[in-house]
Design a protein around this ligand. Structure first.
Ligand SMILES: C[S@@+](CC[C@H](N)C(=O)[O-])C[C@H]1O[C@@H](n2cnc3c(N)ncnc32)[C@H](O)[C@@H]1O
Length: 313
């Protein structure tokens, strides 16, 4: 964990705004803490830094660390490395989705947080204009890989063709990315480990439908995003799944109740009138649709429409 991150962190258990987390360094290389611990001076909660990765999860989410399926699997790693970086090695087949999402926050500066960053593409794009960028995700496998890309400043990986047959991919990345300005941590979108009013940009791309309590995610975005002169880059396919969040917590795709109707319309309403979630509310400056592709194997591709809304306040 890069040492510059320390002062901006808040305890994801008690969210004390008064105190910093104490940083105990056991091993460090060039201002990068490789082994150590963060300790909350208010509630005493402890958070390990291991192999350079800070694990800033509250106790109730830590079970995710031991999972080897889903977003921690090898196949998902190959799929997301392709999805995020295929523009640099896969020519006409590549997905342009990230270039489109990146263009939505172009020019903004200050601090940025990329929530559910996976292997880090948007975090790197945010580093072109922002002075600090923090990418976070609950997948340790994704965060380790994002940190490796950040350190090596290039990409090489074994892309799955079929089953255990892989093909080596090696490529250079965008020379405009400022790798020194980026850091990645394991953290929960429902318990963001930061002080309030810290960020001028927050992105939540394709994650709302993946969290067990969608509105809690939005409330936490509101807490850490500046109340003035900030932008919220939001996009989601709204493919609600009862195995992720119970239908009574969905923010769309329902036939009755306050969130009946389509997710994108409800999100626009939430952003622009606040509904007690966004204080102050945002003005929706842009909206649209991005065609996003994920390549799982040579023969298995997922095509997804992700609907975006840009909120400014
Ligand atoms: C559909 S992927 C989208 C990844 C990336 N934003 C993109 O668009 O390429 C969802 C991501 O959210 C992460 N995720 C799921 N639940 C999370 C949570 N509670 N907190 C943080 N990240 C989470 C997953 O590990 C995964 O990387």
């Amino acid at each position: 964990m890069k040492k510059w991150l320390h002062n901006d962190l808040a305890c994801p258990e008690c969210f004390s705004n008064k105190n910093l987390l104490d940083l105990i360094v056991k091993e460090e290389v060039d201002d990068d803490v490789m082994e150590g611990r963060l300790v909350c001076t208010d509630c005493g909660a402890q958070f390990e830094i291991s192999g350079g990765v800070a694990i800033l999860l509250p106790k109730k989410t830590r079970h995710i660390l031991s999972e080897t399926s889903g977003y921690n699997s090898q196949s998902m790693l190959s799929a997301y490395l392709w999805s995020h970086f295929s523009e640099f090695f896969n020519g006409p087949n590549a997905t342009e989705a990230y270039t489109i999402w990146s263009s939505l926050f172009d020019g903004k500066n200050g601090y940025a947080v990329d929530i559910g960053c996976a292997v880090g593409r948007l975090s790197f794009d945010l580093s072109r204009t922002h002075s600090r960028v923090i990418g976070l995700d609950t997948s340790l496998s994704f965060i380790k890989r994002a940190r490796r890309i950040m350190k090596e400043r290039s990409l090489h990986f074994d892309m799955i063709l079929e089953g255990n047959i892989t093909e080596r991919q090696v490529c250079e990345l965008n020379p405009d990315w400022n790798f020194d300005r980026v850091e990645f941590v394991v953290a929960d979108a429902l318990a963001l480990p930061f002080h309030e009013d810290l960020f001028s940009t927050a992105s939540s791309i394709n994650i709302l439908e993946k969290v067990p309590h969608p509105i809690q995610h939005l409330q936490d975005v509101n807490r850490v995003l500046k109340k003035k002169d900030s932008v919220f880059v939001f996009s989601d396919p709204f493919s609600w799944d009862a195995s992720v969040s119970t239908p009574d917590l969905w923010l769309g795709g329902r036939n009755q109740g306050p969130f009946q109707g389509r997710g994108v319309d409800n999100m626009e309403r939430l952003l622009s009138n606040g509904d007690g979630v966004f204080t102050p509310p945002f003005e929706v400056s842009k909206k649209g649709d991005v065609l996003w592709k994920i390549r799982k194997t040579e023969n298995l591709w997922e095509y997804i429409h992700s609907q975006y809304l840009i909120g400014v306040r």
